[in-house]
Write a protein that binds this ligand. Structure first.
Ligand SMILES: CN1c2c(nc(N)[nH]c2=O)NC[C@@H]1CNc1ccc(C(=O)N[C@@H](CCC(=O)N[C@@H](CCC(=O)N[C@@H](CCC(=O)O)C(=O)O)C(=O)O)C(=O)O)cc1
Ligand SMILES: N[C@@H](CCS)C(=O)O
Ligand SMILES: [Zn+2]
Length: 753
C-alpha cells in the first residue's frame, strides 16, 4: 500500500452534465442515431478532462475521478460488479447499448426502476440482485478514467458506491425467494470489491473513495455490524489503495465508531446535514493515523459558505484526528455548475451564492486556511438586504384565521350538488404532451423573436385544442393541459416574489434530464395571479368543470434551493400563503375544482425517524394553509407520485384534500388498502395506467385495474385517472390511452348498477 497523503481539500463529486448540458445533447444525439459511440465517448472524455483541469486550476488538491457517468453512478456500480440482469444480457447488444438498455429499457424490456437518491431530486437506477447473481470484478471504467486523468498529469481518486450501500439500495430480483434481501449477499460482493481494489492498486491508484451514505439513515445493529465486517475484510486486502469511506446527507451515528474500528484510512462525515458526528468523533478518543474528511461546504444547496465559521468547525477536528481534509458535504452533483454563467442575477443575491465551481474554490481556500491559519479567509456577506423581508407576509401569516373547512361529508355533499359528476368520474393529472412547438415558442419568447402576446396566443391555441380533445374523448373533469409551464416548480418560482430564476442553473435529475431549480432567497408573496388566466380561458371554452392546477408548498420547497436563515416550515408557510391567494382567485374566476400537487411529500421526509414527525406536521400545515381559503363547495384535489408513500399515509390523510390521486398502477392498486388502513375515507383516484412508458394500455387492463379499485374503495369515492401527468408522452399514445380509460370507466360504471 502507498502512503500518499490525502491532500488538503477535496470535493466528493462534481456535476457531469457539462457547463452547457453538453452531456444531455450528446446522449440524446446518440440515442437518436445522430452521432456514433466514438463521438459520444469523445464528448465524455472532454467533459471529464475539463472537470479535472478546472478543479486543479481552482486549487483543489485531491481530485476525484469516476464521478462522471453516461447515465447514473449506481448503474455504473452495478456494471463494475457485473450485476447485469439476464434479461438485458439476452438482448445481445454491445456493452454501451446494454448499459443504455438497463437505463432506458427497450421496446420489449422495461428499464431498471428509477428512484430517488436519498432526499435529493436526483434519481438512481435500482440494481436487481438475486441469490444467484454472479458478481465479477469489472474495473474497466474506473481504471480507464484514472488513466485518462494520469495522462493529463493528475493522480485522481476513483469514487465508487460502497458495497453495503449498493446492496441496501438494490432490490430483490424477480423470482428471488420470499424474505431474500440483496444485503444478504454482502460477503460475496465484498469478495469482488476486494478484487476491484487490487486491480485499482495495480493501475497505480493511491486512494479510492467508497460512498456509504446508506448509513446516514436508520440502520439496524446487524447492518452496522455487517458494515464493520465488510471494511475489516477490505482493509485486509494485501495489495490495495488507501480507503476513504465517505458518508453524506446526515449523521453516521453508530456506524462511525464501527468504521473507525476497521483499517480504513479515511472517513468522511457531513458536517452540514449531520453535525452531531463531530461530537461522536471526539467521543471516540484520539484516532491516530486516520484522516477525517470534513464535509463543511454544503454540496446540496447554493449558498456561499461562511468560511470563517466553517474553518472554526473543522478546526475542532484537528484536535481529534492526525489529518483533517476539507471537503464538500456531499457530491456537487446536486448544484448547478457555474455561477459565472449568471451575470443577470441581482448582485446582492449573487454575492451570497456559490455553485459547483465556486464551492470547489471554497474547499480549496478552507484547506489552505486549515494549514496556514484563518486570517486569509474573507468576511462572510453581511445581513440580507432589508428589502428581502416582507412584513405584510409575516403579519398575514401570524393572523391567518385558522378557519377549518367543514368536515368532509358536508363538503362532499356541497361539491356534488354543484358538480353533479357521474360515479367514477374520469380526469387527468394536469399536463398534456409538452411538444417541441411549445418548447420552441418559449425559446423564441426568451430570445425575443416572439413577443408576449404572440406567446400567449400560441398557448391559448394549445389550450383550446386540449380542451376540445378532452371533450371529444368524453372526460368528465377537464384540465387546461399546462402548456405554458417549463416545469411544475420553476414556472411558479419565476412568478413569485422572494424567488430568483437562473439562466442556466441546470442540475441533473436523471440520465439526460435536468431541472433548473429556482432559488428562494427572501420572504415569498404573489405579485399577481399565476395560473388564473390560463385556467379561466380553458373554463370559458367548456361547460364541463376545468380543474385548476397548482404545485404544492412542499414540492415547491423540495425542488428549489431554499434559504437557510429560517426554518423550512416558515418558508413553506409563506409559499402556502401565496398559493392560497391563487386558489381564492381561481375560485373567483369560476374554477370549481383545484388540484394542488404534492409529489415530493415523501422526498423531504427526514432520513432518520427522529425528525420525521416534526416535518410531517409542518408539511401538512403548509398544505392546509394553501388549500383552506376556498369555500366548502370548491373541491380540493391533491396528487402524489414518484415515491413509495407507505411511511406518510397518515400525513396524506391529514392533508384533508377532498380527492387524492395517487400513483398505483405498478403496485396493482395495493395503495388503496394501505390508505384505508391509515383511516383515509375521502375521494381517491388511483392511477389506472403507468404514464412512464410509451406503451398504450389495453382497455381490458384498465378495466381490471378499476375492478380491483372498486373492490377496495366505495364507488362513490372513486375517481379514474392515469398515474401522473402526460407531459412526457406523445399525442397519438395519449389519445389512445385516454380513450381506453374513458371506455373502461363506462364499462365498470355499468357493472355498478
Ligand atoms: C416530475 N419530476 C420533476 C422533478 N423536479 C422538477 N423540478 N420538476 C419535475 O417535473 N423531480 C422529479 C421528477 C423528475 N422528472 C423529470 C422529467 C423530465 C425532465 C425534463 O425533461 N427536463 C427537461 C427540461 C425541462 C425544461 O425546463 N424545459 C424548458 C426548455 C428548456 C430547454 O432545454 N430549452 C432549450 C431550447 C428548446 C427548443 O428550442 O426547443 C434550450 O434552452 O436550449 C421549457 O419547456 O421551456 C430537459 O430537457 O432535461 C426533468 C425532470
Ligand atoms: N400536474 C402535474 C403533476 C405532475 S407530478 C402534471 O400533470 O404534470
Ligand atoms: Zn405526478
Amino acid at each position: 500500500m502507498t502512503t500518499t497523503p490525502f491532500g488538503l481539500s477535496t470535493v466528493l463529486g462534481y456535476p457531469r452534465i457539462g457547463p452547457d448540458r453538453e452531456l444531455k445533447r450528446a446522449l440524446e444525439s446518440y440515442w437518436a442515431g445522430r452521432i456514433d459511440a466514438t463521438a459520444l465517448h469523445r464528448i465524455g472524455a472532454e467533459l471529464r478532462a475539463a472537470v479535472w483541469r478546472d478543479l486543479r486550476h481552482i486549487g483543489v488538491d485531491a481530485i476525484p475521478s469516476n464521478t462522471f457517468s453516461y447515465y447514473d453512478h449506481m448503474l455504473d456500480a452495478a456494471v463494475a460488479v457485473d450485476a447485469v440482469p439476464d434479461r438485458f444480457r439476452r438482448l445481445g447488444l454491445d456493452e454501451l447499448d446494454t448499459y443504455f438498455a438497463m437505463a432506458r429499457g427497450t421496446a420489449g424490456e422495461p428499464a431498471l426502476e428509477l428512484t430517488k437518491w436519498f432526499g435529493t431530486n436526483y434519481h438512481y437506477l435500482v440494481p436487481e440482485i438475486g441469490p444467484d447473481t454472479v458478481f465479477v470484478a469489472r474495473p474497466g471504467k474506473p481504471v480507464a478514467e484514472f488513466a485518462e486523468s494520469r495522462a493529463l498529469g493528475m493522480t485522481t481518486r476513483p469514487v465508487l458506491v460502497g458495497p453495503a450501500t449498493f446492496l441496501l439500495l438494490a432490490k430483490a430480483a424477480s423470482g428471488a425467494p420470499e424474505g431474500f434481501r440483496p444485503f444478504d449477499r454482502l460477503d460475496d460482493l465484498v469478495t469482488v470489491y476486494a478484487e476491484l481494489l487490487a486491480e485499482l492498486a495495480d493501475a497505480g491508484v493511491a486512494w479510492v473513495q467508497l460512498d456509504e451514505p446508506a448509513f446516514t439513515t436508520d440502520r439496524t445493529g446487524a447492518e452496522i455490524d455487517a458494515l464493520r465486517g465488510a471494511y475489516a475484510r477490505l482493509g485486509a486486502v494485501r495489495q490495495r489503495p488507501r480507503l476513504f469511506v465517505a458518508s453524506y446527507f446526515g449523521e453516521l451515528g453508530d456506524a462511525l465508531p464501527a468504521l473507525l474500528a476497521t483499517p480504513v484510512e479515511a472517513v468522511g462525515i457531513d458536517l452540514v446535514a449531520g453535525p452531531g458526528d463531530v461530537n461522536r468523533l471526539a467521543g471516540c478518543g484520539p484516532i491516530p493515523g486516520r484522516t477525517i474528511v470534513a464535509g463543511i461546504v454544503d454540496g446540496h444547496n447554493i449558498w456561499r459558505t461562511d468560511l470563517r465559521a466553517a474553518a472554526a468547525r473543522a478546526a475542532v477536528l484537528t484536535g481529534v484526528a492526525d489529518d483533517v481534509v476539507v471537503s464538500t458535504s456531499c457530491s456537487l452533483l446536486h448544484v448547478p455548475v457555474d455561477l459565472d454563467a449568471e451575470p443577470d442575477l441581482d448582485p446582492d443575491l449573487r454575492a451570497r451564492l456559490a455553485f459547483a465551481r465556486q464551492k470547489a474554490g471554497e474547499v480549496a481556500q478552507l484547506g489552505r486556511a486549515l494549514r496556514d491559519g484563518v486570517a486569509v479567509l474573507p468576511e462572510p456577506p453581511g445581513a440580507a438586504p432589508a428589502a428581502w423581508r416582507d412584513e405584510r407576509v409575516r403579519s398575514r401569516l401570524a393572523e391567518l384565521p385558522v378557519r377549518r373547512r367543514e368536515a368532509y361529508p358536508q363538503r362532499a355533499r356541497a361539491q356534488q350538488d354543484r358538480l353533479g359528476l357521474p360515479p367514477l368520474p374520469t380526469t387527468t393529472i394536469g399536463s398534456f404532451p409538452q411538444t417541441d412547438q411549445l418548447r420552441r415558442a418559449r425559446a423564441e419568447l426568451r430570445a425575443g423573436t416572439l413577443d408576449a402576446d404572440g406567446y400567449a396566443e400560441r398557448m391559448r391555441t394549445e389550450i383550446a385544442d386540449v380542451v376540445a380533445l378532452q371533450e371529444r374523448l368524453g372526460l368528465d373533469v377537464l384540465v387546461h393541459g399546462e402548456p405554458e409551464r417549463n416545469d411544475m416548480v420553476q414556472y411558479f418560482g419565476e412568478q413569485l416574489a422572494g424567488f430568483a430564476a437562473t439562466a442556466s442553473g441546470w442540475v441533473q435529475s436523471y440520465g439526460s434530464r435536468c431541472v433548473r431549480p429556482p432559488i428562494i432567497y427572501g420572504d415569498v408573496s404573489r405579485p399577481a395571479p399565476m395560473t388564473v388566466g390560463w385556467a379561466g380561458y380553458a373554463q370559458s371554452l367548456t361547460t364541463r368543470p376545468v380543474k385548476g392546477m397548482l404545485t404544492g408548498p412542499v414540492t415547491i420547497l423540495a425542488w428549489s434551493f431554499v434559504r437557510t436563515d429560517q426554518p423550512l416550515a416558515d418558508t413553506a408557510n409563506q409559499v402556502a400563503l401565496a398559493l392560497r391567494d391563487e386558489t381564492v382567485d381561481l375560485e373567483a374566476a369560476g374554477i370549481q375544482i383545484i388540484q394542488v400537487d404534492e409529489p415530493a411529500l415523501r422526498e423531504l421526509l427526514p432520513l432518520r425517524r427522529a425528525g420525521q414527525r416534526a416535518y410531517l406536521d409542518w408539511a401538512v400545515t403548509a398544505f392546509r394553509i394553501a388549500t383552506g381559503g376556498v369555500a366548502d363547495g370548491t373541491q380540493i384535489h391533491t396528487h402524489l407520485c414518484y415515491s413509495e408513500f407507505g411511511e406518510v399515509l397518515p400525513a396524506i390523510d391529514a392533508l384533508d384534500a377532498d380527492v387524492t390521486s395517487i400513483e398505483a398502477s405498478r403496485s396493482k392498486m395495493e395503495i388503496l388498502a394501505d390508505l384505508r388502513a391509515a383511516g383515509y375515507g375521502r375521494g381517491v383516484g388511483p392511477g389506472v395506467y403507468d404514464i412512464h412508458s410509451p406503451r398504450v394500455p389495453a382497455q381490458h387492463e384498465i378495466t381490471e385495474a378499476l375492478r380491483l379499485a372498486v373492490a377496495a374503495v366505495p364507488a362513490d369515492r372513486l375517481w379514474v385517472n392515469p398515474d401522473c401527468g402526460l407531459k412526457t408522452r406523445g399525442y397519438p399514445e395519449v389519445e389512445r390511452a385516454l380513450a381506453g380509460l374513458v371506455a373502461a370507466a363506462a364499462e365498470v360504471r355499468a357493472e355498478l348498477r
